[in-house]
Design a binder for this molecule. Structure first.
Ligand code: TXA
Ligand code: MG
Length: 339
Protein backbone atom coordinates (compact mmCIF):
# COMPACT_ATOMS: atom_id res chain seq x y z
CA UNK A 1 0.00 0.00 0.00
CA UNK A 2 1.27 3.50 -0.87
CA UNK A 3 2.19 5.65 2.10
CA UNK A 4 -0.42 8.38 2.26
CA UNK A 5 0.02 11.98 3.35
CA UNK A 6 -2.26 11.65 6.33
CA UNK A 7 -0.06 8.91 7.80
CA UNK A 8 3.13 10.89 7.21
CA UNK A 9 1.61 13.80 9.05
CA UNK A 10 0.81 11.65 12.06
CA UNK A 11 4.22 10.05 12.16
CA UNK A 12 6.33 13.16 11.92
CA UNK A 13 4.51 15.40 14.37
CA UNK A 14 5.98 15.34 17.85
CA UNK A 15 2.63 15.88 19.62
CA UNK A 16 -0.52 14.15 18.43
CA UNK A 17 -2.86 16.37 16.42
CA UNK A 18 -6.46 17.01 17.48
CA UNK A 19 -8.50 13.87 17.06
CA UNK A 20 -11.16 13.75 14.35
CA UNK A 21 -14.37 11.76 14.43
CA UNK A 22 -15.54 10.74 10.94
CA UNK A 23 -18.47 8.59 9.80
CA UNK A 24 -17.63 4.91 9.34
CA UNK A 25 -18.57 4.96 5.65
CA UNK A 26 -16.45 3.82 2.68
CA UNK A 27 -14.30 6.94 2.82
CA UNK A 28 -13.78 6.60 6.54
CA UNK A 29 -12.77 2.95 6.14
CA UNK A 30 -10.27 3.90 3.41
CA UNK A 31 -8.82 6.68 5.50
CA UNK A 32 -8.38 4.43 8.54
CA UNK A 33 -6.77 1.67 6.42
CA UNK A 34 -4.30 4.19 4.93
CA UNK A 35 -3.44 5.54 8.35
CA UNK A 36 -2.78 2.02 9.67
CA UNK A 37 -0.74 1.12 6.58
CA UNK A 38 1.50 4.09 7.32
CA UNK A 39 2.15 2.94 10.88
CA UNK A 40 -0.48 5.13 12.57
CA UNK A 41 -3.25 4.21 15.02
CA UNK A 42 -7.00 4.72 14.67
CA UNK A 43 -10.06 3.99 16.81
CA UNK A 44 -12.48 1.59 15.11
CA UNK A 45 -15.99 0.51 16.04
CA UNK A 46 -16.49 -3.21 16.64
CA UNK A 47 -19.72 -4.93 17.69
CA UNK A 48 -18.42 -5.24 21.28
CA UNK A 49 -16.66 -1.94 22.11
CA UNK A 50 -14.52 0.57 20.20
CA UNK A 51 -10.91 -0.58 19.69
CA UNK A 52 -7.66 1.33 19.25
CA UNK A 53 -6.09 -0.28 16.20
CA UNK A 54 -2.62 -0.68 14.70
CA UNK A 55 -1.04 -3.01 12.12
CA UNK A 56 -0.10 -6.03 14.26
CA UNK A 57 3.03 -6.69 12.19
CA UNK A 58 4.46 -3.20 12.80
CA UNK A 59 6.17 -2.88 16.20
CA UNK A 60 6.37 0.91 16.18
CA UNK A 61 2.69 1.20 15.39
CA UNK A 62 1.79 -1.26 18.16
CA UNK A 63 3.99 0.67 20.60
CA UNK A 64 1.84 3.74 19.88
CA UNK A 65 -1.20 1.86 21.21
CA UNK A 66 0.54 1.15 24.52
CA UNK A 67 1.60 4.80 24.81
CA UNK A 68 -1.84 6.20 24.00
CA UNK A 69 -3.57 3.92 26.51
CA UNK A 70 -0.76 4.05 29.12
CA UNK A 71 -1.06 0.30 29.03
CA UNK A 72 1.54 -1.88 30.75
CA UNK A 73 3.57 -3.74 28.13
CA UNK A 74 3.17 -7.13 29.79
CA UNK A 75 -0.49 -7.06 28.82
CA UNK A 76 -0.90 -8.65 25.35
CA UNK A 77 -3.33 -7.48 22.66
CA UNK A 78 -5.96 -9.26 20.58
CA UNK A 79 -5.20 -9.70 16.86
CA UNK A 80 -8.25 -8.94 14.75
CA UNK A 81 -8.62 -10.68 11.38
CA UNK A 82 -10.95 -10.40 8.39
CA UNK A 83 -11.57 -14.15 8.41
CA UNK A 84 -10.20 -17.58 9.39
CA UNK A 85 -7.78 -17.64 6.44
CA UNK A 86 -5.92 -14.58 7.72
CA UNK A 87 -5.87 -16.11 11.22
CA UNK A 88 -4.23 -19.28 9.92
CA UNK A 89 -1.34 -17.22 8.53
CA UNK A 90 -0.01 -16.67 12.05
CA UNK A 91 -1.98 -18.89 14.45
CA UNK A 92 -2.32 -22.65 14.78
CA UNK A 93 -5.94 -23.67 14.70
CA UNK A 94 -6.87 -27.08 16.11
CA UNK A 95 -10.22 -28.81 15.86
CA UNK A 96 -11.91 -26.86 18.69
CA UNK A 97 -10.72 -23.52 17.32
CA UNK A 98 -12.03 -24.41 13.87
CA UNK A 99 -15.42 -25.36 15.29
CA UNK A 100 -15.76 -22.24 17.40
CA UNK A 101 -14.60 -19.89 14.63
CA UNK A 102 -16.95 -21.58 12.21
CA UNK A 103 -19.91 -21.08 14.54
CA UNK A 104 -19.21 -17.67 16.16
CA UNK A 105 -17.09 -15.62 13.71
CA UNK A 106 -17.59 -12.85 12.93
CA UNK A 107 -18.60 -12.11 16.51
CA UNK A 108 -17.60 -11.43 20.11
CA UNK A 109 -15.40 -14.51 20.59
CA UNK A 110 -11.59 -14.38 21.02
CA UNK A 111 -9.55 -17.59 20.80
CA UNK A 112 -6.14 -17.94 22.42
CA UNK A 113 -4.17 -20.45 20.32
CA UNK A 114 -0.49 -21.29 19.69
CA UNK A 115 1.41 -18.72 17.66
CA UNK A 116 2.68 -20.22 14.38
CA UNK A 117 6.43 -20.54 13.93
CA UNK A 118 7.88 -17.53 12.12
CA UNK A 119 4.58 -15.61 12.38
CA UNK A 120 4.81 -11.96 11.29
CA UNK A 121 2.97 -10.72 14.43
CA UNK A 122 5.20 -8.33 16.39
CA UNK A 123 6.21 -9.71 19.84
CA UNK A 124 4.83 -6.58 21.54
CA UNK A 125 1.36 -7.78 20.53
CA UNK A 126 1.72 -11.11 22.34
CA UNK A 127 3.93 -9.69 25.14
CA UNK A 128 6.44 -12.34 24.11
CA UNK A 129 4.06 -15.28 24.79
CA UNK A 130 4.00 -18.27 22.45
CA UNK A 131 0.23 -17.93 22.15
CA UNK A 132 -1.87 -15.32 20.38
CA UNK A 133 -5.42 -14.07 20.96
CA UNK A 134 -7.42 -13.90 17.71
CA UNK A 135 -10.84 -12.55 16.87
CA UNK A 136 -12.82 -11.73 13.73
CA UNK A 137 -15.00 -8.67 14.41
CA UNK A 138 -18.19 -7.78 12.60
CA UNK A 139 -18.73 -4.79 10.33
CA UNK A 140 -16.54 -1.74 9.93
CA UNK A 141 -13.47 -3.04 11.77
CA UNK A 142 -13.47 -6.06 9.52
CA UNK A 143 -13.70 -3.84 6.42
CA UNK A 144 -10.65 -1.88 7.59
CA UNK A 145 -8.67 -5.09 8.19
CA UNK A 146 -9.62 -6.38 4.74
CA UNK A 147 -8.52 -3.09 3.13
CA UNK A 148 -5.24 -3.20 5.06
CA UNK A 149 -4.66 -6.87 4.25
CA UNK A 150 -2.94 -7.42 7.57
CA UNK A 151 -4.05 -8.43 11.09
CA UNK A 152 -4.88 -5.54 13.39
CA UNK A 153 -3.94 -5.39 17.07
CA UNK A 154 -6.67 -3.58 18.99
CA UNK A 155 -7.37 -3.26 22.70
CA UNK A 156 -10.42 -1.33 23.85
CA UNK A 157 -9.95 2.37 23.03
CA UNK A 158 -9.81 3.69 26.61
CA UNK A 159 -7.11 4.67 29.06
CA UNK A 160 -5.79 1.50 30.72
CA UNK A 161 -7.96 0.47 33.66
CA UNK A 162 -10.95 2.62 32.74
CA UNK A 163 -14.37 1.80 31.31
CA UNK A 164 -14.38 0.51 27.71
CA UNK A 165 -15.93 2.93 25.19
CA UNK A 166 -19.11 1.99 23.36
CA UNK A 167 -19.39 5.26 21.38
CA UNK A 168 -16.99 7.45 19.37
CA UNK A 169 -17.58 10.22 21.87
CA UNK A 170 -16.52 8.01 24.77
CA UNK A 171 -13.29 7.21 22.91
CA UNK A 172 -12.50 10.89 22.61
CA UNK A 173 -13.42 11.52 26.26
CA UNK A 174 -11.04 8.77 27.37
CA UNK A 175 -8.10 9.17 24.96
CA UNK A 176 -8.40 12.80 23.92
CA UNK A 177 -6.02 13.67 21.10
CA UNK A 178 -4.14 10.40 21.45
CA UNK A 179 -6.61 8.81 19.04
CA UNK A 180 -5.93 10.85 15.87
CA UNK A 181 -8.81 9.30 13.91
CA UNK A 182 -12.05 7.84 15.30
CA UNK A 183 -14.53 6.10 12.99
CA UNK A 184 -18.08 6.63 14.22
CA UNK A 185 -20.60 3.83 13.65
CA UNK A 186 -22.93 4.73 16.51
CA UNK A 187 -23.27 2.82 19.80
CA UNK A 188 -21.69 -0.65 19.87
CA UNK A 189 -24.36 -3.32 19.56
CA UNK A 190 -23.07 -5.85 22.13
CA UNK A 191 -21.58 -3.42 24.65
CA UNK A 192 -19.26 -5.78 26.58
CA UNK A 193 -15.95 -7.13 25.29
CA UNK A 194 -15.51 -10.49 23.61
CA UNK A 195 -15.50 -13.77 25.50
CA UNK A 196 -11.89 -15.05 25.61
CA UNK A 197 -11.36 -18.82 25.43
CA UNK A 198 -7.85 -20.20 25.87
CA UNK A 199 -7.44 -23.29 23.67
CA UNK A 200 -3.68 -23.56 24.06
CA UNK A 201 -3.72 -26.02 26.97
CA UNK A 202 -5.21 -29.46 27.64
CA UNK A 203 -8.68 -28.13 28.35
CA UNK A 204 -10.53 -25.03 27.15
CA UNK A 205 -10.39 -22.25 29.74
CA UNK A 206 -12.45 -19.07 29.82
CA UNK A 207 -10.10 -16.15 30.53
CA UNK A 208 -12.85 -13.52 30.33
CA UNK A 209 -16.64 -13.92 30.10
CA UNK A 210 -18.02 -11.65 27.40
CA UNK A 211 -20.43 -11.16 24.52
CA UNK A 212 -21.01 -14.88 23.90
CA UNK A 213 -22.47 -16.93 26.74
CA UNK A 214 -20.31 -19.83 27.93
CA UNK A 215 -23.24 -22.23 27.70
CA UNK A 216 -23.39 -21.58 23.94
CA UNK A 217 -19.67 -22.26 23.58
CA UNK A 218 -19.88 -25.47 25.61
CA UNK A 219 -22.66 -26.69 23.39
CA UNK A 220 -20.61 -26.24 20.21
CA UNK A 221 -17.48 -27.96 21.52
CA UNK A 222 -19.48 -30.51 23.47
CA UNK A 223 -17.37 -30.19 26.62
CA UNK A 224 -17.22 -27.97 29.68
CA UNK A 225 -15.16 -24.76 29.71
CA UNK A 226 -13.14 -24.16 32.88
CA UNK A 227 -13.49 -20.70 34.42
CA UNK A 228 -10.13 -19.09 35.05
CA UNK A 229 -9.58 -18.28 38.70
CA UNK A 230 -10.29 -14.57 39.22
CA UNK A 231 -6.78 -14.23 40.65
CA UNK A 232 -5.04 -16.20 37.88
CA UNK A 233 -3.15 -13.15 36.75
CA UNK A 234 -0.64 -15.26 34.84
CA UNK A 235 -2.98 -16.84 32.31
CA UNK A 236 -4.80 -13.57 31.59
CA UNK A 237 -2.24 -10.85 32.24
CA UNK A 238 -4.64 -8.05 31.43
CA UNK A 239 -7.32 -9.07 33.83
CA UNK A 240 -6.33 -6.86 36.73
CA UNK A 241 -9.01 -7.10 39.35
CA UNK A 242 -9.89 -3.41 39.28
CA UNK A 243 -10.13 -3.17 35.47
CA UNK A 244 -13.11 -1.23 34.05
CA UNK A 245 -13.14 1.12 37.01
CA UNK A 246 -15.31 4.22 36.92
CA UNK A 247 -14.10 7.10 39.11
CA UNK A 248 -16.75 6.62 41.82
CA UNK A 249 -17.00 3.79 44.35
CA UNK A 250 -19.43 1.09 43.22
CA UNK A 251 -21.68 -0.85 45.65
CA UNK A 252 -23.06 -4.14 44.31
CA UNK A 253 -26.30 -6.04 45.05
CA UNK A 254 -27.82 -2.92 46.56
CA UNK A 255 -31.21 -3.43 48.19
CA UNK A 256 -31.54 0.27 48.97
CA UNK A 257 -30.15 3.59 47.79
CA UNK A 258 -28.25 5.51 50.46
CA UNK A 259 -28.04 9.29 50.71
CA UNK A 260 -25.79 10.77 48.02
CA UNK A 261 -25.81 7.63 45.85
CA UNK A 262 -26.80 7.23 42.20
CA UNK A 263 -28.73 4.11 41.20
CA UNK A 264 -27.96 1.65 38.41
CA UNK A 265 -31.16 -0.36 38.28
CA UNK A 266 -32.14 -3.56 36.48
CA UNK A 267 -35.60 -4.95 35.83
CA UNK A 268 -38.98 -3.67 36.98
CA UNK A 269 -38.46 -3.97 40.76
CA UNK A 270 -38.05 -0.90 42.95
CA UNK A 271 -35.76 -0.63 45.94
CA UNK A 272 -35.96 1.63 49.01
CA UNK A 273 -34.60 5.13 48.52
CA UNK A 274 -34.72 4.93 44.71
CA UNK A 275 -36.85 8.06 44.59
CA UNK A 276 -34.18 10.18 46.25
CA UNK A 277 -31.20 8.86 44.25
CA UNK A 278 -28.92 11.63 42.94
CA UNK A 279 -29.38 10.07 39.47
CA UNK A 280 -30.97 6.88 38.27
CA UNK A 281 -30.82 4.82 35.09
CA UNK A 282 -32.05 1.32 34.28
CA UNK A 283 -29.91 -1.17 32.33
CA UNK A 284 -33.06 -2.90 31.12
CA UNK A 285 -36.49 -2.19 32.59
CA UNK A 286 -37.79 -5.42 31.04
CA UNK A 287 -34.94 -7.48 32.52
CA UNK A 288 -33.28 -8.30 29.17
CA UNK A 289 -29.58 -9.16 29.69
CA UNK A 290 -28.62 -8.42 26.08
CA UNK A 291 -30.03 -4.92 26.41
CA UNK A 292 -28.31 -4.54 29.80
CA UNK A 293 -24.91 -5.51 28.35
CA UNK A 294 -25.31 -2.98 25.55
CA UNK A 295 -26.09 -0.22 28.07
CA UNK A 296 -23.61 -1.15 30.80
CA UNK A 297 -20.52 0.99 30.10
CA UNK A 298 -22.36 4.06 28.84
CA UNK A 299 -24.65 4.07 31.89
CA UNK A 300 -21.78 3.57 34.35
CA UNK A 301 -20.05 6.48 32.65
CA UNK A 302 -23.20 8.62 32.87
CA UNK A 303 -23.62 7.96 36.61
CA UNK A 304 -19.92 8.58 37.13
CA UNK A 305 -20.52 12.15 35.93
CA UNK A 306 -23.74 12.67 37.91
CA UNK A 307 -22.16 14.33 40.92
CA UNK A 308 -23.12 11.40 43.19
CA UNK A 309 -20.81 10.13 45.93
CA UNK A 310 -21.14 6.49 44.88
CA UNK A 311 -23.04 4.18 42.52
CA UNK A 312 -25.45 1.59 43.96
CA UNK A 313 -26.07 -1.32 41.57
CA UNK A 314 -29.05 -3.67 41.85
CA UNK A 315 -28.56 -7.43 41.56
CA UNK A 316 -28.20 -8.73 37.98
CA UNK A 317 -28.90 -12.41 37.20
CA UNK A 318 -25.73 -14.43 36.50
CA UNK A 319 -26.94 -16.54 33.57
CA UNK A 320 -26.15 -15.94 29.87
CA UNK A 321 -24.65 -12.49 29.28
CA UNK A 322 -25.22 -11.82 32.98
CA UNK A 323 -21.90 -13.58 33.68
CA UNK A 324 -19.99 -10.95 31.65
CA UNK A 325 -22.02 -8.09 33.16
CA UNK A 326 -21.37 -9.30 36.72
CA UNK A 327 -17.67 -9.81 35.92
CA UNK A 328 -17.32 -6.18 34.77
CA UNK A 329 -19.32 -4.88 37.74
CA UNK A 330 -17.20 -6.88 40.19
CA UNK A 331 -14.08 -5.30 38.69
CA UNK A 332 -15.67 -1.86 38.80
CA UNK A 333 -16.36 -2.39 42.51
CA UNK A 334 -12.94 -3.86 43.37
CA UNK A 335 -10.35 -1.86 45.28
CA UNK A 336 -8.24 0.17 42.84
CA UNK A 337 -4.90 -1.26 41.74
CA UNK A 338 -2.21 0.52 39.85
CA UNK A 339 -1.85 -1.26 36.48
O1 TXA B 1 -14.20 -7.17 22.46
C1 TXA B 1 -12.99 -7.11 22.60
O2 TXA B 1 -12.30 -8.14 22.87
C2 TXA B 1 -12.30 -5.75 22.45
C3 TXA B 1 -12.51 -5.29 21.00
C4 TXA B 1 -11.79 -4.00 20.71
O3 TXA B 1 -12.10 -6.30 20.11
N1 TXA B 1 -10.92 -5.83 22.78
C5 TXA B 1 -10.46 -5.94 24.04
O4 TXA B 1 -9.08 -5.92 24.16
O5 TXA B 1 -11.19 -6.06 25.00
P1 TXA B 1 -8.34 -5.71 25.54
O6 TXA B 1 -6.92 -5.49 25.19
O7 TXA B 1 -9.00 -4.66 26.34
O8 TXA B 1 -8.43 -7.12 26.23
C6 TXA B 1 -7.70 -8.20 25.70
C7 TXA B 1 -7.49 -9.25 26.75
C8 TXA B 1 -6.51 -8.81 27.82
O9 TXA B 1 -7.03 -9.17 29.08
C9 TXA B 1 -5.27 -9.65 27.51
O10 TXA B 1 -4.50 -9.92 28.65
C10 TXA B 1 -5.86 -10.89 26.90
O11 TXA B 1 -6.92 -10.40 26.12
N2 TXA B 1 -4.90 -11.57 26.01
C11 TXA B 1 -4.40 -11.14 24.84
N3 TXA B 1 -3.51 -12.04 24.33
C12 TXA B 1 -3.46 -13.06 25.20
C13 TXA B 1 -2.75 -14.29 25.24
N4 TXA B 1 -1.89 -14.65 24.29
N5 TXA B 1 -2.95 -15.09 26.31
C14 TXA B 1 -3.82 -14.75 27.29
N6 TXA B 1 -4.53 -13.60 27.31
C15 TXA B 1 -4.36 -12.76 26.28
MG1 MG C 1 -9.80 -3.27 27.70
Amino acid sequence: MVLPDVANETLTRARPSASVIVPADGRGVDRAARLLAGGGIAALPTETVYGLAADATNGEAVARIFEAKRRPRFNPLICHVDGPAMARRFARFGDLAERLADRFWPGPLTLVVPLAEGAAIHPLVTAGLDTVAVRMPRGVARDVIAALGSPVAAPSANRSGRISPTTARAVRDSLGDEAPLILDAGPARVGVESTIIDLSGDRPVCLRPGGIALADIEQVIDQPVTRADADAAISAPGMLRSHYAPGLPVRLNATDVRPGEALLAFGSGRIAGAGSAVAGVNLSPSGDLTEAAANLFAMLDELDRSGAAAIAVMTIPADGLGEAINDRLARAAAPRETP
